[in-house]
Design a binder for this molecule. Sequence first.
Ligand code: ZN
Length: 311
Amino acid sequence: MRRIGWVLLAGALLSARAASAGSVPIRVAIIDGASGGTYHNWRLTTPVLKKELEETGMFDVTVISAPPSDGDFSSFHPDLSRYQAIVMNYDGPDWPAELRAQFERYVSDGGGLVVVHAADNAFPDWPDYNLMTGIGGWRKRDERAGPYWYWKDGKLASDSSPGPAGAHGARLPFQVTTRDPEHPIMKGLPPVWMHVNDELYGTLRGPGKNMKVLATAHSDPRNKGTGLDEPMLMVVRYGKGRVFHTTLGHDVFALSCVGFITTFQRGTEWVATGRVTQKVPRTFPTANTVSYRVDIAEMDPGFLNGATPIQ
Ligand code: ZN
């Protein structure tokens, strides 16, 4: 396993050198600083997200650690307009009105936004954030947040039944199915690929406005699932801004999946520029075989200590 990891790492470094030749890097800010619980460890996951963007040679990444929602925002005044994309790795209940307004202006004026996993749990009572994410879960969301959204008979469907939002079963590998193969983020990816052990989010609710689902996963009732094809990767239009929302990525091991890495790198380029120039790596997972980066997985000390990634 270790040997395969080094082979993949060498490939990543080669592609990084190729991409960095003579182009101006895309300026990206990763916003972190809060989570719903210790199970979402942004101190571990932010360096992984940063590395995955930087190794392409295309992105210049700044980490902005915001105070937690009940913290002191009096000296927190980031200049979001400096960035072409913001990656949200932050999950808190609320932000001050001034910061919310600045964030809304940033995206509606054409700023790119990438929403990773539990960042769609954040801000249940901030309507415009929910317009940006399209769908979200937990934090007492219910039918007031919007309908449930899922994939049925070849298209996006919704269900306005009352009920809570957000659920997942045990962390097992699962297949991700492409639903929009012509979208620049998805172009060249296999129609079906196996994601490593991760939380398969289901019963997410939200306005779903200007939202396009790029990929889904079948939520298996034998693993507390809905029996539906749940949205995994989405794009949303908010004003002039582009949003890429991935529900994948619970922990470092989930982030080490080559499928996650590739869609995250391509999604970040797309929200910033409207184009994708990155190639799909040859190590991309197949329909029945996972593919993950050992050098990334090892960024979690639990992995190094031999803790099983399977739960
Ligand atoms: Zn999670």
